[in-house]
Design a protein. Structure first.
Length: 330
């Protein structure tokens, strides 16, 4: 008789083991044949042979089961070893990531306003006509609604063109006093040297009781902020227009490149425009149902701040992910 015990023990893979199993238990296997041949025996001889075969069957199937679990365990070990992660593999000089300069500047802005007791608010990137325009006193004939500037979606919805709708959402869901900033992504149909279709703004809003806040509070607060960001600069406020503020202004800082003498960056004016602001228009308060309040608001472009602070000449380079630029900000 063949040495099946030995063959099973010698198996090195599941496939080999299966081959031996078929040799023993298969349709034409040794045991199957041997059991069939019992028919030709009689009496005690038959009994004796049957007992022998039964014992052999039990031993061999036990051996096969045992071998099978050994081989399975070995397969698991091999797979685990192959997929193991060697944490010591990281090299000493592997490159650490870093915040993108736009995000780093955004964080610096947020940190300043948090230190001045402003709360952080957010809103959806997909806005409706009411929050993005109507409630902000932007009537349907206003040029900012032009198809040129706004990404329109279905059902009067838009990709928000500014962070100002967060003012509306915050006023609708909270009661005054309000002191908030809203940093976030905004979208416009614009693409050239100084415009990208997606960019970032930080919005600010302060609302208190009637006659409690004025333009001078706004000026004082923004001067502190701009000096924190740009260092020893002068700030001026130029009359401007925004539908959601009245009066409105744009804040300029003395040129950080030439100190105000005039250069190419400030177009020889000595000043750099950095943000829009104003006293909240009564129509905005009306739209959110606020009465007997006063407030101011401001909004700024984070990329503009980053370009000035880091002297990046082309806005588009902030979006290209070029490592030669990004590595300078690690
Ligand atoms: N929403 C304006 C824009 O995107 C920026 C702005 C200007 C926001 C004046 C304000 C503000 O809150 O008072 O151009």
């Amino acid at each position: 008789m063949q040495d099946f015990d030995g063959s099973i023990r010698a198996c090195k893979s599941m496939a080999e083991l299966e081959r031996v199993r078929v040799e023993v238990f298969g349709k034409k296997g040794f045991l199957t044949t041997a059991f069939a041949e019992l028919k030709s025996l009689e009496g005690d001889k038959k009994k004796e042979q049957a007992a022998k075969l039964n014992a052999l069957r039990d031993t061999l199937s036990e051996l096969i089961e045992e071998k099978k679990s050994q081989l399975e365990q070995a397969e698991i070990d091999v797979a685990m070893r192959a997929s193991a992660v060697d944490v010591s593999m990281f090299k000493q000089n592997s490159q650490a990531g870093a915040l993108h300069p736009v995000m780093a500047v955004m964080d610096k802005i947020i940190e300043y306003f948090i230190s001045q007791n402003f709360a952080l608010e957010t809103g959806p990137l997909i806005e409706d006509d009411f929050h993005n325009f109507e409630a902000l006193n932007l009537p349907s004939y206003h040029p900012a609604r032009d198809m040129q500037d706004t990404f329109y979606l279905k059902d009067f919805r838009v990709l928000r063109t500014h962070t100002s709708p967060v003012q509306i959402r915050t006023m609708l869901s909270q009661k005054p006093p309000i002191r908030m900033i809203a940093p976030g992504t905004v979208f416009r149909r614009d693409f050239d040297l100084t415009h990208t279709p997606m960019f970032h703004q930080v919005e600010g809003l302060v609302v208190q009781g009637a006659a409690e806040v004025s333009f001078s509070n706004l000026k004082h607060m923004l001067e502190g902020f701009l000096k924190h960001m740009f260092g020893d600069i002068r700030v001026r406020f130029r009359p401007s227009f925004f539908p959601f503020t009245e009066p409105s202004a744009e804040a300029d800082i003395s040129c950080i490149f030439c100190g105000g003498d005039g250069c190419r960056v400030c177009k020889h004016t000595g000043w750099l425009e950095v943000l829009g602001c104003g006293v909240v228009d009564p129509n905005v308060f009306k739209a959110v149902g606020y009465k007997d309040v006063s407030g101011y608001a401001f909004g700024l472009g984070v990329e503009r701040f980053a370009m000035l602070l880091h002297r990046v000449p082309d806005l588009r380079s902030l979006f290209e992910g070029d490592l030669r630029l990004l590595e300078q900000f690690r």
